[in-house]
Design a protein around this ligand. Sequence first.
Ligand code: 5AD
Ligand code: SF4
Length: 452
Amino acid sequence: MDKATTNGNGQLVTDKQTRHKSVFVETYGCQMNEYDSEIVREILRRNDFTLAESVDSAGVILLNTCAIREGAHDKIRSRIGELRHIKKQNKGTILGVLGCMAQNLKKELLEDNTGVDLIAGPDSYKALPVMIDRVHNTGEREFKLTLSEYETYADVFPTNRHGTNAWIAVMRGCDNYCTFCVVPMTRGRERSRDPYNVIEEVKQLTGHGFKQVTLLGQNVNSYKFKGFDFAKLITAVSRIDGIERIRFTSPHPKDFPESLLEVVATNPKACKHIHLPLQAGSNRVLDAMNRTYTREYFVELAERMRALIPGLVLTTDVIVGFPTETEDEFQETLAVMHEVKFDSAFMFKYSERKETMASRTMPDDISDEIKTDRIVRLVDQQRQISYQRNQLHLGDTFNVMVEGYGKKPKQLLGRNDGNKIVVFPDTGAKPGDFVNVKIEEVTPNTLIGVAV
Ligand code: 5AD
Ligand code: SF4
């Protein structure tokens, strides 16, 4: 017989009824998805759902998914396969797919044997409580994939955050249509949140002890709300008591007016780190990618940033093997990376995405062998550059915000203002504390020092 308990409203319910109110959310992909998963948890919590500790104890398993490259899809497909077994053991378990893959692969996910009971796109999370109840009551599949021009979840502040940094989405969607990118299709049109609402959320976060926020958006520096732009938003957030560090990601090189560079340069709370996605070094490829800037514009912007912002840490994203990219054009990517000397870089092999302009008009004609050869050479060059950049820090002292423990025993790990990882012997400092650390040794990815 089912065990009987009472729910949040004091009504008598049985285990069978409560089980589908217990949810586990698993996240794949970018920071925006991490933030969105918190939004989903908050929406469900407000609707009498509880959060399960693991997939085994959950009545509802939700995968918040990514579509940016095929690798992400493959990983999630195999996870769905594993969860089908759990569904067989725990009869009645509901499996849902949320986020970008749901939006991108709706047909595949709704096929008969996938085991997926519900799919919901990034603008449909407020419907989840009703969708889950319906699946539970009818056994029918549910899907909601309409993209909205307005949904910003401004009325849902996640309350259960962990760690030392709080992510906060200030804008959603993207109108740039880079030809390789699936994001405009999966996340829809650009929209920005009211700055007062962002400030309210940051105030709530500082009330919970957060000292650092990272402002998030698919194209974060195109943030605009009735004439209130991104530079103004950073300034407004920096005036909130308790905020000590403001980071942002990911910007587009086309949206860096002088006023924004000036805020990053002069506002002590704006971190001296800019992630500036290059994508490619050849003007022909940049044009085919619809990036709307040239190699010359990019290099000049990076130089201007470094001149205006002493100590600036510059990082980037690059794609190799975009359709029709020649060896000489790849060499141009190597050359720009060599010229700009990024502190670090995320480097990717081109992955054709459904519904993008590139997939419709350009065959994926660079073999995987060539893509691999190019990425190996690029990673190798970047490793040396990252090492050289880090060597310049030998003897520097940085104010480090502690995040937790390092890999070695009795070692703390934190980040400096430029977002570089710093490890040092344990001083007893706690996560969120600031410690001055003098750098004595470096690797391409880490600064190693002692507290001073
Ligand atoms: N193939 C490979 N990399 C991609 N990115 C975006 N779309 C693709 C794709 N189709 C990379 C870009 C972007 C980062 C988040 O992911 O470099 O900046
Ligand atoms: Fe994708 Fe380009 Fe928009 Fe970034 S700016 S999310 S790469 S379309």
